[in-house]
Ligand binder design. Structure first.
Ligand SMILES: Nc1ncnc2c1ncn2[C@@H]1O[C@H](COP(=O)(O)OP(=O)(O)OP(=O)(O)O)[C@@H](O)[C@H]1O
Length: 321
């Protein structure tokens, strides 16, 4: 799935044009979970709605499975399952009954009902009434409903909104399971911590523009350069040895901190060459949350911070859905 120069503006009540999506280039690789991240109002929902043909773009191009959309949408929409709004289920019917009726309505084989219930971890509660389900279970039933047509690409817009930590964990597990079975999952969120653990790759947008994209591990590497904490028997001598390598070294209690993303192996090697043996070596990684906050700082709705430059650390390789 990709977009190029995608743009959408809305006219406000005062008649001013507000840019919701401003020239967005997005690439979602095939397979795995892709986090579509950005603060509230960044343009995530607008982008998803344009992709699904629910609203029209002002300009730019989009493709799904290599087909230009919305022009070729009828050919590919069957391969896309999206939860953009809460679907309607019958409250007094069980989850299984709701899905069976839906399967008949969309001509899906009814034997799939139990398969999809199992995919979202609801099989043991399948015969309970929908109205007794927790919010997380309701959300998972909605995911199960989209799985009935066996889509290759699943699009979830803020699927964890309003869920408690247990519900969030369950949705994460469901998304991981789907990706492990070869599906592509595109999940939008403004809360990075909810997606960080499950996403293989992410795109971060703010004010309708892409500000970073790539593998989670690589993006974390672009944050404040990693510091390594070193535990060694003779910290003072070790500090001299490491300092002589041109590295920035600071004492921290009985430890030394080596800044600037020096590879731990180089630290071990330099110390061992002087008969100093490492007792402990811990890379102190910046988490994606701090990278996200750093990248999106001042880029919430209504702010006019200048762009921070091109923060794309990696480019997606391989086929795109
Ligand atoms: N129908 C509309 N009419 C006018 N402005 C709109 C409309 N839909 C969205 N917007 C504006 O476009 C911008 C992007 O909104 P969008 O809902 O796409 O953001 P989002 O990233 O999905 O945010 P959230 O996480 O809050 O859902 C916002 O400033 C929003 O107010």
């Amino acid at each position: 799935m990709s977009t190029r120069g995608l743009r959408k503006t809305y006219r406000s009540r005062t008649g001013r044009r507000a840019v919701a999506v401003g020239g967005l280039d997005l690439d979602v690789p095939v397979g795995g979970v892709h986090g579509f991240l950005g603060p509230n109002g960044a343009g995530k929902t607008t982008t998803i709605r344009m992709l699904l043909g629910l609203i029209r773009a002002d300009s730019g191009t989009m493709s799904l499975f290599g087909q230009e959309v919305p022009q070729r949408l009828p050919e590919v929409i069957g391969r896309v399952g999206a939860i953009v709004e809460q679907p309607k289920f019958f409250p007094s019917f069980s989850g299984r009954k709701n899905l069976s009726m839906l399967a008949r309505a969309i001509d899906a084989p009814t034997r799939l009902v139990d398969v999809v219930l199992s995919d979202v971890g609801l099989l043991d509660r399948a015969d309970d009434r929908y109205k007794g389900y927790s919010l997380g279970m309701k959300q998972r039933l909605a995911i199960a409903a989209t799985l009935l047509k066996d889509p290759d690409l699943l699009i979830f817009d803020e699927p964890t909104n309003g869920l408690d930590p247990a519900g969030i964990r369950e949705i994460r597990g469901t998304m991981r399971g789907l990706a492990d079975r070869g599906k592509t999952v595109l999940v939008s969120s403004h809360i990075l911590a909810e997606v960080e653990q499950v996403a293989d790759t992410v795109s971060i947008i703010a004010r309708g523009e892409l500000i970073a994209s790539g593998r989670v591990a690589d993006l974390i590497g672009t944050g404040a350069a990693a510091t390594v904490r070193v535990g060694v028997a003779e910290p003072e001598r070790a500090q001299q040895v490491l300092g002589a390598q041109g590295w920035t070294v600071r004492p921290d209690g009985r430890y030394l901190l080596v800044d600037g993303g020096v590879p731990p192996a180089h630290i071990t090697q330099a110390l061992a060459a002087h008969q100093l043996f490492v007792e402990e070596l811990v890379p102190l990684r910046a988490d994606l949350e701090s990278v996200f906050l750093e990248l999106t700082a001042g880029r919430g709705p209504g702010t006019h911070a200048p762009p921070t430059g091109d923060a794309r650390p990696t480019h997606h390789a391989g086929e795109e859905s």
